[in-house]
Ligand binder design. Sequence first.
Ligand SMILES: [Zn+2]
Length: 296
Amino acid sequence: MSARCVVCGGNRLDEHLAVAGEQGPDGLIPTTDQFGTALSDIVRCADCGHMQLRAIPTEAELEQAYGEAASDDYVEEEAGQRVTARVLLERLERHVEKGSLVDLGCWVGFLLDEARTRGWDPVTGVEPSTFASGYARDRLGLDVRTDDLMTADLPSGAHQAVVLGDVIEHLPEPGDALDRIRELLAPGGGVMLMLPDAGSRLASVMGARWWSVIPTHVHYFTRASLTRLLADHGFELRHLGTTPKAFTVRYYLERIGGYSPPLSRALVAGAGAVGVADRIWAPDFRDRMAAIAVRS
Ligand SMILES: [Zn+2]
């Protein structure tokens, strides 16, 4: 149980969204389609606006929530992910000199592969999923270790960039992760984070039905709370922008199935009929953010 905000330490945590899920015999089943359910209700810090689960889950509870989180979506949607990675790396390169890059939670390694093509060297990934890390090694020939994100054995002070994409919102202690990343970075190095923006207009309007309210999310950062956490852990913010995900039209329409399966099926069929289902699309709903911050 946590009665304190992980960002500012404040203890005035107000009820924000009542979304605690029913635990079935197999725990909560986490899928990208199961919106509006979390491991406990979401509270909002009256002092800094950060949102988090009222009861911060233990590692064991989180592990159970992850269950069988194998997803083929992220392999099928390769082209879109590569487009997204290139846009992000281009931004990173405006603030950090190319050199050694580490992707913590690299999944199947598309961003690492794009980084390697752009001249980052060496590129290294850490990924706990056996399926995803194996794919990165066997199919893309990348140096990706199947290991824990925060304890994997990597040289200290040796990397120009650390990437943390869609990871920090899952960690019970995000500040510890930033300390670890700071230790890995060389002087002048920087971290790039991609994550949902819980302070966005879309998140406010959607409330519990926002796509990011899912069982494995522990923290709901706003631009302000992320900026504050970075500063408190020795980082100077250089860039904070939105980062739309590029996917096929089919992928987006299928995600609507989390809200309405019949509507989703009808839309996918319609898109297929007019021949646009495989087109790459990157609509900016402005509810995902990318931050780049350097070691201060
Ligand atoms: Zn706070």
